[in-house]
Ligand binder design. Structure first.
Ligand SMILES: [Zn+2]
Length: 448
């Protein structure tokens, strides 16, 4: 199902004016724009591009929509800001973010993270849940994130009421951040009566079914659960996002099982494979073979380099040299859409991070060997994430695109990713720092 960003519709612009009380939603800036993010080449034909692939461009917007993009002449003053689309976070856990103090995992292993998560979830109050969500969203907003797909722990007694709360949050935030949720449960939960009820609720809301496949697992039992999940999702016309092969052992065992299931069932929904870390440990030939099969099945991937680097393969005082991470380049080469997500923030799975997409780029690019001046190095953070969430706007700048930007006070990628550059965020044509704070709009962080 195609899910759009409702905040971009004209009807909602009008509502937004009421919310923030600004008369214009218009503006014009000279900026450096990554050439690969300019939708129509005609707009910048003959415009100079610097060594890092940044074009000198003038962007004008009216009523929250880009009205023109024009290449700047070489004789013009070189712009001092980089313009990027507001980011899309394709994989978060806003329900448990900032729970580290309640539930730390000082050893940093996957097993201990899981145990800490389970006990924290059992004790998580509505107040604590709301605190995590609101803090995450406030930070994401000021840091320049415009859409988030978040997995939500959904297998406990409070699951149904948590989803009611999430629906209220989504309504409250819809003008500012588009939210998409994934029900995260043990795979066999979907075969239970409660699982069926939850799945119906999730599908009704336009959200996704989730689950975890990580070794060790019983192949026969897991195959059955996975088959049931894919059939259920197709029956309800609801997409799937799995935590799969987040491991350093049994490379791609979960993916192979998923592909076996897809051989046996007609699948018409979109399936995202989050993590897929152990696939990177296979030999090149096996990676290529599986990547082609994934492309044929239209599987999508969210790589999560930060949590993988922190959690996987820990072995006392022995540093693992071969680190599990999704084979991003090989997947892209086979035609699989790959994006990079932030995953956990300040919880038992990952103690660091802060919903800052520029930080995510700065830390995950060295791990994944991605470069911002390469189209395929930048797309996992921009257009591919928008694609994975099936957003209406793919993040390319062109006439008619929504005026949803980040402006980084920097004249090069290297500076932008090295220093903590000041940034301005433009939401539907308006600068966030010029909006009045009101009850609906609690800013817990500066936008610079
Ligand atoms: Zn995750």
């Amino acid at each position: 199902m195609k899910v759009g960003i409702k905040i971009y519709s004209k009807v909602n612009f009008a509502k937004n004016v009421e919310l923030i009380g600004s008369p214009t939603k218009s503006g014009c800036i000279d900026a450096l724009v990554p050439r690969c993010l300019i939708g129509n080449g005609q707009d910048v034909l003959g415009t100079s591009i610097d060594k890092e692939g940044l074009s000198f461009v003038q962007v004008e917007w009216r009523d929250g929509t880009i009205s023109s993009i024009m290449g700047l002449k070489e004789t013009s003053k070189i712009p001092t800001q980089i313009l990027l689309p507001r980011f899309v976070e394709p994989h978060a856990h806003i329900d448990k973010a900032f729970s580290w103090s309640r539930s730390p995992n000082l050893k940093g292993s996957y097993e201990e993270a899981l145990a800490a998560n389970l006990s924290e979830y059992q004790l998580r109050s509505k107040k604590e849940l709301l605190f995590s969500i609101e803090k995450s969203l406030n930070l994401a907003l000021v840091n320049g994130i415009g859409a988030i797909r978040s997995h939500i722990d959904s297998f406990g007694k409070t699951a149904m009421s948590d989803w009611d709360l999430l629906e209220n949050v989504r309504t409250k935030w819809r003008e500012k951040i588009f939210l998409q949720f994934v029900a995260l449960v043990p795979l066999d939960f979907w075969q239970t009566y409660q699982g069926e009820l939850l799945a119906q609720k999730v599908a009704f809301n336009g959200d996704l079914l989730g689950g975890v496949i990580a070794p060790p697992f019983n192949k026969k039992k897991t195959f059955k659960s996975l088959l049931h999940l894919v059939q259920l999702a197709n029956r309800l016309r609801c997409n799937i996002d799995l935590h799969i092969d987040e491991s350093q052992s049994c490379p791609a065992a979960g993916l192979k099982l998923l592909l076996e299931v897809l051989d046996q069932v007609k699948n018409e929904i979109s399936i995202t494979c989050s993590h897929l870390s152990s696939m990177g440990l296979l030999r090149e030939k096996a990676i290529s073979h599986l990547a082609k099969k994934m492309a044929r099945n239209k599987l999508k991937v969210v790589a999560l380099p930060l949590t993988n680097s922190w959690l996987l393969g820990r072995k006392d005082r022995c540093t693992l040299m071969k680190r599990p991470i999704a084979p991003i380049f090989q997947l892209q080469q086979a035609g699989v859409v790959v994006s990079v997500g932030g995953d956990n923030v300040n919880d038992a799975w990952f103690p660091l991070s802060n919903f800052d997409p520029i930080n995510l780029m700065a830390f995950s690019m060295p791990i994944a060997h991605l470069s911002p001046w390469d189209r395929l190095g930048l797309s996992p953070f921009t257009t591919s994430s928008a694609h994975i969430l099936s957003l209406q706007w793919d993040g390319l700048f062109q006439q008619g695109s929504p005026a949803n930007f980040i402006l980084l006070d920097s004249n090069s990628w290297v500076n932008a990713l090295s220093e903590r550059s000041k940034r301005k965020v433009v939401v539907n044509g308006e600068f966030l720092n010029e909006m009045p704070k009101d009850k609906k709009f609690t800013l817990s962080n500066s936008d610079s």
